[in-house]
Design a protein around this ligand. Structure first.
Ligand SMILES: [Zn+2]
Length: 413
């Protein structure tokens, strides 16, 4: 495949007239006039478009797209206990299948080529994701309310290990919903398979106060005492970290996935990203589920993160568009150990954005426009060299929307 005459970002600036050659799922060359000696059959006209590396949404519960708009305007614990958990008790494999497909549509439309997810029926999520052609890090959810889930973790990993698109991980829900015994078992499985651990951590002040009272340790210190804090940890939220927690996470090379919009909507607070970054933690971004965000757009997440952080510290010069873009792209690729980027040898996961939109005009600082002004325009999304959306068209979209509506009506009836 050859993408001809496209713009790319080089050293923070827009460069037009580039060609991108893709062979067998990887980018093999980026330059000018690559088309001259190529006899590629599949050619995409890149004129007027910007190519960016595919984005990674670092934290989702994709099937929760079915619960979008179902329970707004609540705090985390009542939201979970009164609304989400009772409804999830009714969720079936078929619901998850169509919820994941609906989520994949949305990710594709936002230029996201990979997502990191924790939810029920991960095999079903994996099948639906493969059909949609996206890359994903998937885990089932583990918590003590449903003890049978723990036994499903390792068989799931064995089934999907080595898959081209799906990377199986381990997903203990949180330190406050899993016993010490459960967390130790989860760690053992993750170590055995060199798998990532995906966990909600220090999301609310109540969670942290509870641990300090009952264990004399913060949730981060507690997880570390069990051996779960290492470079394979994707610690989500981390809103209530002490400076000591930040240093510990940095020292262990753990990754933090910050979900500003979900934290703001559930009034959990604003994560201390400044302290985290100064400590040297690898921080990237996620949206959380569509029931607490309520969309899966990483562009929106970038903007909200930048402006919320500037206000939290009253440091308008910090959290620049460039810093946030770096978090959303390079930090995410590092956390998930994915070779992404517009360079030879990288995975051919990318998105093309139509620059002929008013919010990209006048053409000046492209990264500023992407972070602060972007309001749509992704028109082509490619994963592993396969086109999932071209000129805004995703095959099969209509059926997915209809099925998702049916599943929502069944769940809430
Ligand atoms: Zn979550």
């Amino acid at each position: 495949m050859l993408i001809k005459d496209v713009s790319i970002i080089e050293a923070g600036r827009l460069q037009s007239g580039r060609d991108i050659l893709i062979e067998e799922g990887r980018i093999t060359s980026v330059g000018s006039d690559l088309g001259r000696n190529s006899n590629e059959e599949e050619i995409i006209d890149g004129r007027g478009k910007l190519a960016i590396p595919g984005l990674i949404n670092g934290h989702t519960h994709l099937a929760m797209t079915l619960l979008r708009g179902y329970a707004d305007d609540m705090e985390l614990m009542p939201w979970l206990q009164e609304k989400i958990w009772p409804l999830e008790a009714k969720i079936t494999e078929e619901d998850v299948f169509w919820g994941v497909k609906l989520g994949c549509l949305e990710l594709i439309r936002f230029g996201i080529t990979c997502y990191n997810d924790m939810y029920y029926f991960p095999d079903t999520a994996a099948c639906a994701t493969r059909e949609m052609g996206l890359r994903a890090f998937l885990s089932g959810v583990v918590f003590d309310m449903k003890p049978e889930l723990l036994g499903q973790v390792e068989p799931f990993i064995r089934r999907w290990k080595g898959d081209e698109l799906i990377v199986p991980t381990v997903g203990p829900h949180a330190a406050y919903t899993c016993s010490e015994e459960t967390l130790l078992k989860v760690k053992e499985i993750a170590d055995r398979h060199d798998a990532m651990i995906h966990i909600h951590l220090s999301e609310t002040r109540e969670e942290v106060d509870g641990f300090l009272l009952s264990k004399g340790k913060s949730p981060v210190e507690y997880l570390d005492s069990l051996g779960l804090v290492n470079e394979r940890l994707a610690a989500v939220h981390c809103v209530w970290l002490s400076p000591e927690d930040c240093h510990l996470l940095a020292q262990r090379k753990a990754n933090v996935i910050s979900c500003t919009e979900s934290n703001l909507k559930l009034t959990s607070g604003i994560a201390p990203l400044n302290t985290m970054m100064q400590a040297g933690i690898n921080v990237c971004l996620g949206t959380d589920g569509a029931s607490s965000n309520n969309n899966l757009s990483l562009f929106e997440e970038m903007k909200t993160t930048a402006i919320a952080q500037k206000n939290a510290y009253h440091t308008p010069a910090n959290f620049s568009a460039e810093q946030i873009w770096h978090m959303a792209t390079e930090n995410a690729a590092r956390a998930f150990r994915l070779g992404l980027g517009l360079r030879p040898g990288a995975l051919a996961d990318l998105a093309l954005i139509d620059l002929k939109k008013p919010w990209f005009w006048p053409q000046s600082n492209i990264i500023s426009h992407l972070v602060y002004s972007m309001a749509g325009g992704v028109d082509t999304t490619i994963v592993a060299g396969k086109v999932l959306m071209q000129n805004g068209v995703i095959p099969g979209e209509e059926e997915i929307l209809e099925k998702a509506q049916e599943r929502f009506l069944r769940l809430t009836s």
